[in-house]
Design a protein around this ligand. Structure first.
Ligand code: ADP
Length: 207
């Protein structure tokens, strides 16, 4: 059976012949969202890419979605206004749904400072398909790293609404949190290992 779009009967959703389950069997592992959250400079991109490499080596198909490939492409028409941030997240939610259907481990690296936004992203996919991973590094450490030089500019007042300086970061709290990484004192390898262990515990990949 095919379904018509509510506003346009000519837009038809084709019946699925290859299911998510079939794709996951072909790939040899489950699809899941690993949602990294944390301050700028807390290590989200570093861990996302190191994890992607590690998963690749284990034969597990993964993909990193971060500010660069989203803000420069899919969402290049959006600003940082409240309304556009909301739309940005809605589109990201739709993209992660597609990756899940494809049976891929999708690793996202967005600051995502608001608990309500992270909950909204989680609510867009089946509950067991979303892991929230907090990259926890104190603001002083992130600021000292100042990977992109943005903290200095935010302190100088050149950048407004900068998370940690002039805009809030809402730390994840139990029960939404799946894993907390100490990205100030642990090594990158140890952090990646912790995520891999979590994936094995949740039966995403074989132990
Ligand atoms: P974000 O994506 O959160 O803005 P980045 O990954 O761009 O952060 O920057 C984090 C910086 O911290 C990098 O220079 C990285 O090498 C360093 N770093 C040191 N220890 C860790 C760790 N355990 N995990 C992640 N990054 C770390």
């Amino acid at each position: 059976m095919s379904h018509s779009h509510p506003d346009d009967p000519a837009v038809v959703w084709h019946p699925v012949s290859v299911t998510r389950h079939m794709r996951e069997q072909l790939g040899g592992h489950r699809g899941i969202v690993i949602w990294l959250t944390g301050l700028s400079g807390s290590g989200k991109s570093t861990i996302a890419h190191a994890l992607e490499k590690r998963l690749y080596e284990e034969g597990c198909r993964s993909f990193v979605l971060d500010g660069d490939n989203v803000r420069h492409g899919l969402c290049s028409d959006l600003t940082f206004s409240g309304e556009d941030r909301h739309e940005n997240l809605r589109r990201i939610g739709e993209v992660i749904k597609l990756f899940l259907e494809a049976g891929i481990v999708i690793i996202t690296a967005f600051i995502s400072p608001y608990r309500s936004d992270r909950e909204r992203a989680r609510s867009m996919v089946p509950h067991d398909d979303f892991l929230e991973v907090y990259c926890n590094s104190p603001l002083e450490v992130c600021e000292r790293r100042d990977v992109k030089g943005f903290y200095a500019r935010a302190r100088a007042g050149e950048i407004k609404n900068y998370t940690g300086i002039s805009a809030p970061y809402e730390e994840p709290e139990y029960p939404e949190l799946d894993l907390e990484l100490d990205t100030a004192d642990s090594t990158i390898e140890d952090c990646v290992e912790s995520v891999v262990s979590l994936l094995k515990n949740r039966n995403v990949m074989e132990a």
